[in-house]
Design a protein around this ligand. Structure first.
Ligand code: 13P
Ligand code: SF4
Length: 306
């Protein structure tokens, strides 16, 4: 179901009306198109959107992002209907770990190993985990654990960043996000630095260690927004998905943002047309089976409590 947006003004008005009649709230990740941000009630990184999902006073949550984000909203809101406007919006990294693989790996490790799953994982993998984390709180979550050994699933790069920042023994899963590794390379960031020597470098922790070493700041998408707004620098190299340039530029119109141009195709599929269609027909409902939801909710709620 792919749409173009023939007339944004009409679509915006229709979505506004549908939101009212359906008692819906629209949450949009920062990587979404500007036209989708325009109709969203909240935009943010995955941690902020999880919090918004819990607080939402609505019957319906329209999640403009990728499937694991909509699943997390559903896990936290069993009484609400969660819609993912484009059902094909998956996350390649989340597909790199299955529940069965995690169970098998856990069985090989010392009994007191904690399983920490990055929220960029399936509901089934969350259900196998002791606690979840996002890129915004991974270091804090792992540091808060009583266990010394941690199996970190599925992002090897965020996991290695956590290992650098804590005194835990972090066992890495071999998953990664192609948008950040390899599509954002150390060479590309070095070239941007050469051309803009005064720019501050912001890097998402899903990038590999060689890229992270070039960063003046490492953080989640929302943390980048915060850093850029507070910094006295005038120019910034942005080491994450290139859609981040829009919110950064919007919040900081007098600053300059540069990207090596890496795109997450799943984050681009959602349009105003798909939002309108989902709300109108109440289709593309994301639901998590009750037994998985209950166990996954334990891991997500443990994260929220840190
Ligand atoms: P954030 O948690 O920083 O929003 O990142 C989510 C994501 O999918 C990055 O690729
Ligand atoms: Fe998944 Fe990477 Fe896209 Fe984020 S940018 S949703 S981790 S594929």
């Amino acid at each position: 179901m792919l749409f173009t947006d023939p007339d944004e003004t009409v679509l915006r008005e229709e979505i506004r009306e549908l939101k009212r009649t359906r008692k819906a709230v629209i949450l949009a990740h920062l990587y979404q198109r500007p036209s989708v941000h325009y109709v969203a009630d909240f935009t943010g990184d995955s941690l902020e959107l999880s919090r918004r999902a819990v607080e939402a006073k609505a019957d319906v949550i329209v999640f403009c992002g990728v499937r694991f984000m909509a699943e997390t909203a559903s896990i936290l809101n069993s009484d609400k209907i969660v819609l993912l406007p484009e059902p094909s919006a998956g996350c390649d990294m989340a597909a790199m770990a299955t529940a069965e693989q995690v169970r098998r790996k856990r069985a090989e490790l010392p009994e007191d190993t904690a399983v920490v799953s990055y929220v960029n994982s399936t509901a089934e993998v969350k259900a196998e985990s002791d606690i979840c984390c996002t890129s915004a709180n991974a270091v804090k979550v792992v540091q808060s654990l009583s266990q010394e050994h941690v199996l970190f699933v599925p992002d090897r790069n965020l996991g290695s960043y956590v290992a650098e920042q804590t005194d835990k023994d972090v066992i890495l899963w071999d998953g990664h996000c192609y948008v950040h590794d390899p599509n954002i390379s150390a060479d590309a960031i070095r070239e941007l630095k050469r051309r803009h020597p005064n720019a501050a470098v912001m890097i998402h922790p899903e990038c590999n260690a060689a890229v992270r070493r070039l960063g003046d700041f490492i953080g989640s998408t929302s943390q980048m927004l915060d850093y850029a707004s507070r910094s006295s620098k005038r120019a910034f190299i942005v080491g994450t998905e290139e859609s981040m340039l829009h919110p950064l530029q919007e919040q900081n119109p007098h600053k300059m943002f540069l990207s090596s141009g890496s795109v997450c195709s799943s984050m681009r599929v959602t349009t105003l047309g798909s939002v309108r269609c989902a709300l109108d027909r109440m289709v593309n409902v994301v639901s998590v089976p009750a037994d998985i939801r209950e166990r996954a909710a334990g891991a997500v709620s443990a994260m929220m409590a840190v």
